[in-house]
Write a protein that binds this ligand. Structure first.
Ligand SMILES: [Fe+2]
Length: 137
């Protein structure tokens, strides 16, 4: 199966965040399927909107936990900047898609897949011990 799969090694040790990461990956995989199905233009816009909404919801949750437990300001600011860059990028893709649906190809999926994997593996992994030490749920 083409797509990304959650593995135990992706766990940040915080159940709510792990669950949301799984959902984000599932949405990214749905995006892949929607792009491949060339007749599913409406579906594609729906998935993109779902992704944008869910990403914002998830980032707000993650940043809220980091703030609640006193994650160092500079690291939090850096992390937030990454979240914002992704959100802006997805909104940009949505705008481009509305402009011309033919604009959207698999590169959107590849970008999101790589971003998610990279961000989880590096930036999210960095706060993992911190949140676990605070028994964040
Ligand atoms: Fe994050």
């Amino acid at each position: 199966m083409h797509g990304i799969e959650w593995h135990e090694s992706n766990s940040v040790g915080v159940p709510s965040i792990d669950d949301q990461h799984k959902r984000l990956m599932a949405l990214t995989n749905r995006l892949f399927l929607a792009i491949m199905d060339e007749t599913g233009e409406t579906a594609l816009e729906g998935v993109l909107n779902d992704l944008a909404d869910y990403a914002v919801y998830h980032f707000t949750h993650e940043e809220g936990l980091l703030r609640k437990y006193g994650y160092p300001e500079d690291l939090l600011a850096e992390h937030q900047a990454e979240h914002k860059a992704l959100t802006d990028r997805v909104l940009h893709y949505i705008a481009r898609y509305r402009d011309d649906p033919a604009n959207l190809d698999l590169s959107v999926y590849v970008f999101l897949r790589d971003w998610t994997t990279e961000h989880m593996g590096r930036s999210d992994a960095r706060y993992s011990e911190f949140l676990m030490a605070h028994h964040a749920k």
